[in-house]
Write a protein that binds this ligand. Structure first.
Ligand SMILES: [Zn+2]
Ligand SMILES: [Zn+2]
Length: 140
């Protein structure tokens, strides 16, 4: 059973992911406006994992909850000391999944992307990631 470790920048928050295999995680880029704003970059990069795979080992993130723009609450957890973004989950996924910010993992190569969402909002200068799925929004 692979175990992946991660933390915020200042390490006040540390966590471990317990997965049955790396394939249990679905890492994806998202080019939507919400991700851009939340990550402070031109896309978000998260690994979807089962809720029970995520184990906080040090500290406790601050939670920010807001309407995602379509009436669904989205929860974002981050370090209240250094500001690093750790994970997110929507109201519907709340009891089942966590979306881990991949940059917070100690091994950046551990969970490579399987796809891209909201490609219609991709920055014009950013090339597609090859050999992964590409969806214009979430569903399509
Ligand atoms: Zn921190
Ligand atoms: Zn997004």
């Amino acid at each position: 059973m692979p175990i992946y470790s991660g933390s915020c920048f200042c390490r006040n928050i540390e966590y471990k992911l317990h997965l049955d295999s790396p394939n249990e995680a679905r890492t994806s880029l998202c080019h939507c406006r919400n991700c851009r704003k939340a990550f402070g970059t031109n896309y978000g990069l998260t690994a979807k994992v089962p809720k029970d795979a995520f184990h906080l080992t040090t500290g406790k993130p601050k939670v920010h909850a807001a309407d995602n723009g379509s009436g669904v609450m989205i929860y974002r957890e981050f370090c209240d000391n250094c500001g690093s973004y750790i994970l997110e989950y929507g109201e519907l996924a709340k009891d089942h999944f966590r979306y881990i910010c991949v940059g917070s993992l100690d091994d950046l190569e551990a969970l490579p992307p399987k796809g891209e969402f909201f490609c219609k909002s991709r920055a014009s200068w950013m090339p597609e990631v090859p050999n992964v799925f590409h969806k214009q929004t979430v569903k399509e």
